[in-house]
Design a protein around this ligand. Structure first.
Ligand code: 2U9
Length: 342
């Protein structure tokens, strides 16, 4: 029996040394060490042996089993390592190859200009207020001192949805709504950025949909000098320290007195050129002291409170800053245009 065991060991070790794949080793393990294998058979037959022989055969069987097991494990480890080395060799990555660069997008110029404007006014203590783009006749017109027969309410200028519902023509309704929420208590200090709609024919300077930022400050003792200080700070921040401002009388139904704010032309420095139409000045926004009727409709007592408001078109401000000559560039999504604002 001892001889048979030694024979089996030699046979198994030979097969282990010939094994080329992990699968071959698995076969050897099943064939020699498995439940139905020859060594198990030997161990099962030990009952028939004499008391003297039994321990010797038992010990030998264990030795043979351990030797085969060890040989399989050593070979297994070697084959696994070889397989891994081979895999690493085949799948090696050249880390020195330059990567494929991803094209980075950028904010839409109207978004970045809006954010710049917001930052400037937030820096002066204003908060941002938003409201619906579909408005009622009351908030868009009536509450802003635009009575029923006012030409701005003409069907020609406004997108009406029903006789009482329309697409807002300015962001001013947001300001009346905010005033109402304050229930007659100041201060109100807000800017309202957002889309507005007008029944204009689209051309280089007009669009039926555009963006506005309007501002409103209401408190006790607000004067025209506050208006001028805030707007001058805004102009110097947005257009540059060297820009001068001037206020030119104008008319809006919701402000009294009303004015247009001009900035000095950066191209000709006041000499007169094509950009400023030979005037030396460029119109930037409309402004004025809030009309007493508008304060009253917003829930504020015009005997106690006063305020100023202003409104500007974001596209126009972006066009002035970047020298863009056609408003339609903002809406046609030509990447050659958009990617210049990184
Ligand atoms: C309330 C009271 C007053 C907002 C104002 C302007 C003057 C103005 C235009 C600029 C170019 C609109 O985009 S544009 O076409 N806006 O000139 N807007 S004062 O006045 C208000 C707003 C709300 C309660």
């Amino acid at each position: 029996m001892i001889d048979r065991l030694e024979e089996l060991q030699a046979e198994a070790l030979e097969k282990v040394s010939q094994a080329e794949e992990l699968k071959d080793l698995k076969d050897v393990r099943v064939a020699y060490l498995g439940k139905k294998g020859p060594i198990t058979e030997v161990l099962k037959g030990m009952g028939k042996l004499s008391n003297e022989e039994r321990p010797k055969v038992g010990q030998k069987a264990n030795e043979v089993r351990d030797a085969i097991k060890d040989a399989i494990e050593v070979k297994e480890a070697r084959l696994e390592k070889e397989a891994l080395d081979q895999k690493l060799k085949e799948e090696s990555i050249d880390v020195t190859l330059p990567g494929r660069s991803v094209r980075r997008g950028n904010r839409h110029p109207l978004t970045s200009v809006t954010e710049t404007l917001e930052d400037i006014f937030i820096g002066m203590g204003f908060s941002i207020a938003e409201g619906p783009e579909v408005e009622t006749d009351y908030y868009n017109f009536e509450s802003l001192n635009l009575p029923k027969d006012h030409p701005a309410r003409d069907m020609q200028d406004t997108f009406f949805i029903t006789p009482d519902l329309l697409l807002r023509t300015q962001t001013s309704p947001v300001q009346t709504r905010t005033m109402e929420k304050h229930e007659g208590q100041g201060p109100v200090k807000i800017i309202c950025p957002g889309k507005v709609y007008r029944r204009d024919e689209d051309d280089a300077t007009h669009s039926h949909q555009f963006m506005q930022i309007e501002g409103l400050m209401v408190d006790k003792n607000i004067r025209m000098s506050d208006l001028k200080g805030v707007l001058e700070t805004f102009v110097k921040n947005y257009f540059g320290e060297e820009r001068e401002i001037r206020l030119r009388p104008s008319f809006f139904p919701f402000t009294e007195p009303s004015a247009e704010l001009d900035i000095s032309c950066a191209i000709c420095h006041g000499e007169g050129c094509r950009t400023c139409k030979q005037t030396g000045w460029i119109e930037v926004l409309g402004t004025g002291m809030v009309h007493p009727n508008v304060l009253r409709m917003g829930g504020f007592d015009p005997e106690v409170y006063s305020g100023f408001a202003f409104g500007m078109g974001v596209e126009r401000l972006a066009m002035l800053r970047y020298g863009i000559d056609d408003i339609r560039h903002f809406y046609t999504n030509d990447v050659r245009f958009l990617s210049q604002f990184k």
